[in-house]
Design a protein around this ligand. Structure first.
Ligand code: TYM
Length: 337
């Protein structure tokens, strides 16, 4: 090797997604697509965030299947266990343990300001549990345990990441350098994929109107139907503009799945109607998701393979994260066993 070559240490990435029944096109464009891209040049650690998921009630049988499906789906999207560490959050005990510790370094006022807490507690008024409230300290634990440099997320998780940074800085300020303070990695295009029915709202699987979101494993027919019904405006011009939330969103989706710029898309659809455009966006999404859906079917049918992979991931994740947990406990003054 040339002595002048400076070998830079790869940056560490951490991210996770909750295993809700449906993983949406928003999750894919906002986060998963970047997870896959980052794998070659970074040291990536990814998780199925199943501990987070019980802040809302889960049916045990469906929950178990959803966790497995999410693991299989992320593999189908291109998460590669030869390159990345990929595990199920509840398999690694350090997450819950550090979350408790970090709860004691997180202020009630900070958690009360989280917009997601306000939204979710309004939505599930009959079950505003303490976990829903302290959920951001669990997310901080996930990230800080791995000393992550970057966290690929969509725009809606930005506030939680800011809080993670504040918690890390606070802890480091008291005890000296313990946690790396992470940066967000938010895509230029598609950080906030909007509802197809109400483009002022984020695309979310919890939307009661099923036409508002597209699931990664939706059939081509369903995807086409949902795009054809997408809300637009009365101007009938395919271009980005104020008051054109529906079209802006569709252009954003088109750009994220094809790699074309807004200008290229505008030029391509010059003089064409919205009907035409919506069909083409639907087709582009179908083509992007087709191989993922096919590959998902194969992975999900192979339970033995999935088990082998998530076990391997959890073993490595545990080894890495225990080092940080032990360091934090020692700094606080806990007596080693
Ligand atoms: P979750 O499961 O709600 O969403 C997973 C990822 O998808 C992104 N996302 C979107 N991006 C663009 N447009 C949308 N409409 C859209 N909807 C969702 C989210 O920003 C997120 O990146 N708390 C997290 C999961 C989590 C986590 C972590 C993330 C747990 N621990 C540590 C990062 C690091 C959550 O509920 O995301």
């Amino acid at each position: 090797m040339n002595n002048n070559t400076v070998t830079e240490k790869k940056k560490r990435i951490f991210s996770a997604i909750q295993p809700s029944g449906t993983i949406t096109l928003g999750n894919y464009i906002g986060a998963l697509q970047n997870w896959v891209k980052l794998q070659d040049d970074h040291e990536c650690i990814y998780a199925v965030a199943d501990l987070h998921a019980i802040t809302v009630r889960q049916d045990p049988k469906a929950f178990r299947q959803n966790i497995l499906n999410a693991y299989a789906l992320f593999l189908a999207c291109g998460v590669d266990t030869e390159k990345s560490i990929f595990f199920i959050q509840s398999h690694v005990h350090t997450h819950a343990e550090l979350a408790w510790i970090l709860n004691c370094y997180t202020q009630f006022g900070e958690l009360s300001r989280m917009t997601q807490f306000k939204d979710k507690s309004a939505k599930h008024a009959d079950n505003v549990n303490a976990g829903l409230f302290t959920y951001p300290s669990l997310m901080a634990a996930d990230i800080l345990l791995y000393q992550a440099d970057l966290v690929p997320i969509g725009a809606d998780q930005k506030q939680h990441l800011e809080l993670t940074r504040n918690i890390a800085e606070r802890f480091n300020g008291i005890y000296g350098n313990t946690f790396r303070v992470p940066e967000g990695y938010i895509p230029q295009v598609g950080a906030r994929v909007m509802s197809l029915q109400d483009p002022k709202k984020k695309m979310s699987k919890s939307d009661e109107n099923v036409n508002a979101w597209v699931g990664i494993t939706d059939s081509p027919e369903t995807i086409m139907k949902k795009f054809k019904r997408a809300v637009t405006d009365s101007e009938a011009r395919v271009c980005v503009g104020e008051g054109k939330d529906g079209i802006n969103n569709l252009i954003g989706i088109m750009s994220a799945v094809t790699g074309k710029t807004n200008d290229e898309i505008t030029a391509e659809f010059e003089g064409k109607g919205y009907g035409d455009f919506k069909t083409k966006v639907g087709e582009a999404v179908v083509e992007k998701l087709r191989p993922i859906r096919e590959s998902f079917e194969k992975y999900v049918a192979d339970k033995a393979y999935l088990e082998e992979q998530y076990r391997k991931g959890a073993e490595i994740a545990e080894k890495i994260s225990i080092r940080t947990l032990d360091k934090a406990k020692k700094k606080i003054g806990y007596l080693p066993r």
